[in-house]
Design a protein around this ligand. Structure first.
Ligand SMILES: O=C(O)CCC(=O)C(=O)O
Length: 324
């Protein structure tokens, strides 16, 4: 279970040094391409479920169900995966990290920013994400209602320990076919900032690279999606084998796509906007086409943790890998 009160006693210096070490581990490493899960999917069992978007209960999560869902639909919802007693403490921690990150940006020029357990980035972050990219990444996250987990070494270490306790690692590494690592840029704490962009469709591989080994564990911390009143995700549950939608005419970024062009790529599979409950996780890789659920009638923000795991050998260097 994730316990908020445990954060207060964390050792700031020790956590910052531990996160710095996680970054240093990859300093001189270059990615090595191995056989990817997607290259071995021809023999995966057909997906047995009836819904467009595969879902199972946590009790049924195993390498066969994960492999089958990924091979045929490119994603999988796992219901009731987390102990829901962890949810509120995680949301309070996200509030603190996001609020202190915004305050740190406001006070940066005055040099008054003192480290706390919620705002304590490792000193060497700018070595691995040199300026101006670091400032740009921070601004992008603030503008879009998110913050890099690594901005708080204490939360980074607490979450890394908590993830290890979830019993997910063996399955993840069996799926990837190699040890897994984390990422400074793509391990993100989220609290919705409205309005939501209509042209946010993307495949993460458009900026991570197509030949990487990845699995994202997206963890919604609120009842969201569908008509629940808080944004979930719009998803095309289809196994894409390529980057099909990047930099279209109606896109904002060279890695994203707009709503009009999406109709060309979705084929027979219309987008779906599933309902998520706190405790669920959503697994997908860098080829899934998705966006934050778009709409004008949301009444609540949605909190989430987005954690991209990569292969420790086949990782996207531009996402700043970190040892797990
Ligand atoms: O949380 C969201 O709304 C978007 C998450 C996302 O795009 C991702 O995890 O790749």
């Amino acid at each position: 279970m994730f316990v908020f009160d445990d954060l207060i006693d964390r050792d700031l210096q020790k956590d910052a040094a531990a996160v710095a070490e996680r970054l240093v581990y990859f300093h001189n490493k270059t990615p090595v391409k191995g056989l990817l899960p997607i290259e071995q999917e021809a023999n995966a069992q057909p997906w047995q479920g009836e819904s467009d978007l595969p879902e199972i209960d946590a009790a049924d999560l195993c390498i066969e169900t994960l492999g089958s869902a990924m091979a045929h639909k490119g994603c999988l919802i796992v219901r009731n995966f987390l102990d829901t007693r962890s949810i509120e403490p995680l949301k309070i921690a996200i509030d603190r990290v996001m609020d202190e990150d915004i305050a740190a940006a406001d006070h940066a020029s005055s040099g008054e920013v003192r480290p706390t357990v919620f705002h304590n980035p490792p000193r060497n972050l700018s070595v691995f994400l040199p300026e101006p990219d670091l400032t740009w990444a921070r601004g992008f996250h603030r503008d879009t209602g998110s913050v890099m987990t690594v901005e708080s070494a204490g939360i980074t270490e607490a979450l890394a320990e908590w993830f290890s306790s979830l019993g997910f690692r063996d399955l993840l590494e069996a799926y990837l076919g190699e040890p897994a690592c984390l990422s400074a840029l793509k391990w993100v704490l989220r609290r919705t900032k409205f309005p939501i962009a209509e042209n946010g469709w993307h495949q993460d591989g458009a900026f991570m690279g197509k030949q990487i080994n990845s699995l994202n564990m997206w963890m919604p911390l609120d009842h969201c999606g569908g008509t629940s009143g808080a944004p979930g995700m719009d998803i095309i549950p289809f196994r894409f084998h390529d980057i099909v939608a990047a930099g279209t005419d109606d896109a904002v970024f060279n890695w994203s796509a707009g709503p009009e062009s999406i109709e060309r790529f979705q084929g027979d599979q219309a987008p779906v906007s599933p309902v998520f409950h706190p405790g669920d996780i959503f697994l997908f890789d860098h080829l899934l086409l998705h966006r934050t659920q778009f709409g004008h009638d949301f009444s609540r923000p949605r909190y989430a943790i987005e954690t991209w795991f990569f292969g420790e050998r086949n990782f996207p260097k531009n996402q700043i890998p970190m040892k797990w």
